[in-house]
Design a protein around this ligand. Sequence first.
Ligand code: NAP
Length: 246
Amino acid sequence: MKRRVAIVTGGSRGIGRACAAELAARGADIVISYRNGREAAEETARLCRERGASVLLVRGDVGIEEDCAALVKAAIDAFGSVDILVNNAGITKDGLLMTMSGEDFEAVIDTNLKGSFFMMKAVSRPMLRSKYGRIVNISSVVGLMGNAGQANYAASKAGIIGLTKSFAKEVAKKGITVNAVAPGFIETDMTAALGEKAGADMGALIPLGEIGRPEDIASAVGFLAGEEAGYITGQVISVDGGMSIA
Ligand code: NAP
């Protein structure tokens, strides 16, 4: 990879941290966005610097359009361009649909879906100007298959697939590719919150026989963000140990 500039939203931990480290190892400078976890973001920054990257940390909420615009501006002020966007920041607020509050539905849509929309909108001008861009949106196996107790999350992640395909068509002639990665069950804080038993139960349902690691997602993201993936756009790549074919 040539010296590129990559923004990774929610880069402070989990899948975002692994993506930032992967892109740094592939030669990109890294802008890490986080919402609360400054210390964790510092640790991601250290991992990226170890891999040769210059790093900028920016605090902000992807669910707020002004924060997304400020994040992109900060990246351009620091590094002169934005070449890669990984829309990774995400949350869950699980519950059965019949008892789910409107607030819990909206909170998940605001962060996961609107956040991805605001970020794509914010990078679109600089990417169009430079006639180059690689956007990778993190969806989920749940966006493809649905999941009881996660209607809000499934809707947000299915929505990300629609956003991905639509924006891919809008910018296809402008040197910009837009793809999604749909992780399965990956070992992070998000899934740790479900408890050890849920992890073990889930492992038994995965054709490859074990839950995934953040690095499994990061290698797919790194590939799609690279020069070599320039003929791939509007696609959803499942990285789920076969969950979506089980
Ligand atoms: P995680 O460990 O909970 O980390 C979430 C990250 O998102 C943190 O860096 C957090 O920042 C950031 N974040 C949350 N809300 C934000 C907001 N409003 N604005 C900015 N940043 C925000 O999650 P993960 O498991 O790595 O998941 C990363 C992505 O992969 C998510 O989109 C998730 O839906 C998706 N995914 C995960 C799995 C899985 O099994 N883990 C499966 C499929 C898809 P702070 O630390 O500062 O709060």
